[in-house]
Design a protein around this ligand. Structure first.
Ligand code: AOF
Ligand code: ZN
Length: 374
């Protein structure tokens, strides 16, 4: 693809925004460059909620007077007083002549108002530029703002014959170390990791992010631990389960009528949050309700790391936005477990997927799919 001038500078702003991949939650990842006479004179990105927005950081970085410059921002500059003052005001005050934006802010508090404010101040507005690429920075923030739901990415590891575990449940390790590191990065960019009580009982996982000092792509100092969420209808999780450490980063979803109050007390005293969801139409915990609750907590991106039952439940509820499959060069045999449990009988019921990316990760193949209902 050949980039025109606007696309060239917007691509730089996108690269800057990506530096906030692991840290901006619940805010979006945003980058900004200031350009004057075709020279970059300042750059910035949003690193952390409560700290400076991309535009303010770029203005502070400017090595020369900004008046008459063009600001390239991946997201419409904000117009509201949030944890920080409006970026639109800062750009107006600095005397910027033109703002090129990547996409409108889906936050209803801002959407369109930031651009209107700039226009009213006599600033030329150009955009959207590289809109799809700018949207790809923030799938979770956008989905939460537009639909009140988090973006759900399902991670699956399987053998060449599409199996995820032996019949006994034994599942470690299907994929190689490179794929497992890749999963750590997926976890680190997520706001919540969701799993089911079945996986907790079978594997006793900790589901924490473990990025070591040798990782080039993620600085361990800036990596935060996502919320760990367990779907556990009858609240049968044991207080000793590894996933409950540390307990303040854990939320368990249960159905109120199924819960034994003494057991709930024990978990709550440990610091675990127990939330309730109603029973869905199929009698099981209503996953849509649980996801709405997570969105209300500011959760943008969810990584679902679950067995075939829960993964199948999310898919049937239409809650899956992306499927990331790591396929290992192994054959696990015909009695081993499948990827999704789906009660389908005829080809016409098949769930259609669209393949969006294929790459090699060590000896494994990484496949990314979008479900067709999207
Ligand atoms: C921008 N530039 O770099 C970011 C924006 O509470 P606050 O002050 O941090 O505001 C958060 C909201 O601001 C967030 O929901 C989104 O609408 C916008 N984020 N806007 O102009 C940025 N991070
Ligand atoms: Zn702002």
């Amino acid at each position: 693809m050949t980039l025109n001038n606007h696309e060239y500078w917007m691509a730089k702003a996108i690269q800057l925004a990506q530096q906030g991949l692991y840290t901006t939650h619940p805010n979006p990842r945003v980058g900004c460059v200031l350009v004057k006479d075709d020279q970059l004179i300042g750059q910035g990105f949003h690193a952390k909620a409560g700290e400076g927005h991309a535009e303010v950081n770029a203005l502070a970085d400017a090595k020369q007077a900004v008046d008459g410059a063009t600001a390239y921002v991946t997201l419409e500059p904000c117009s509201h007083q949030g944890k920080t003052p409006p970026c639109a005001d800062a750009l107006i005050k600095a005397g910027v002549a033109r703002v090129v934006y990547g996409m409108q802010d889906p936050n209803p508090e801002v959407s369109g108002k930031g651009l209107a404010k700039l226009k009213k101040a006599g600033i030329e507005i150009i955009g959207p530029v590289l809109e799809a690429e700018c949207e790809a920075l923030n799938p979770g923030f956008i989905k939460r703002m537009r639909e009140g739901l988090p973006f759900v990415r399902v991670k699956l590891a399987m053998s060449l014959d599409g199996r995820t575990a032996m019949e006994s449940g034994e599942s470690q390790w299907i994929t190689g170390p490179e794929a497992r590191l890749d999963v750590q990065r997926l976890r680190a960019q997520s706001d919540a990791i969701v799993t089911g009580i079945g996986s907790v009982l079978a594997d006793n996982p900790s589901m924490t992010v473990r990025i070591d000092n040798n990782d080039q792509d993620a600085d361990p100092k800036s990596v935060r631990q996502p919320l760990r969420v367990i779907m556990d209808t009858a609240l049968s999780i044991l207080p000793e389960a590894k996933i409950l450490y540390p307990a303040h980063q854990v939320c368990v979803f249960s159905v109120a009528e199924e819960v034994e109050p003494e057991h709930q007390d024990v978990l709550c005293k440990k610091g675990v949050t127990v939330r309730f969801a109603p029973r869905g139409e199929d009698g099981r915990l209503d996953l849509l309700d649980a996801m709405e609750q997570l969105a209300d907590l500011g959760i943008n991106e969810v990584l679902l790391e679950a067995g075939a039952e829960l993964a199948g439940g999310f898919l049937q509820a239409g809650l899956v936005d992306e499927i990331v499959v790591y396929m290992a060069p192994k054959l696990l045999g015909s009695s081993a477990r499948p990827l999704f449990t789906l009660p389908l009988e005829t080809m016409s019921e098949a769930v259609e997927l669209t393949l969006t990316s294929v790459s090699q990760v060590g000896q494994d193949v990484r496949l990314v799919y979008l479900p067709s209902y999207l």
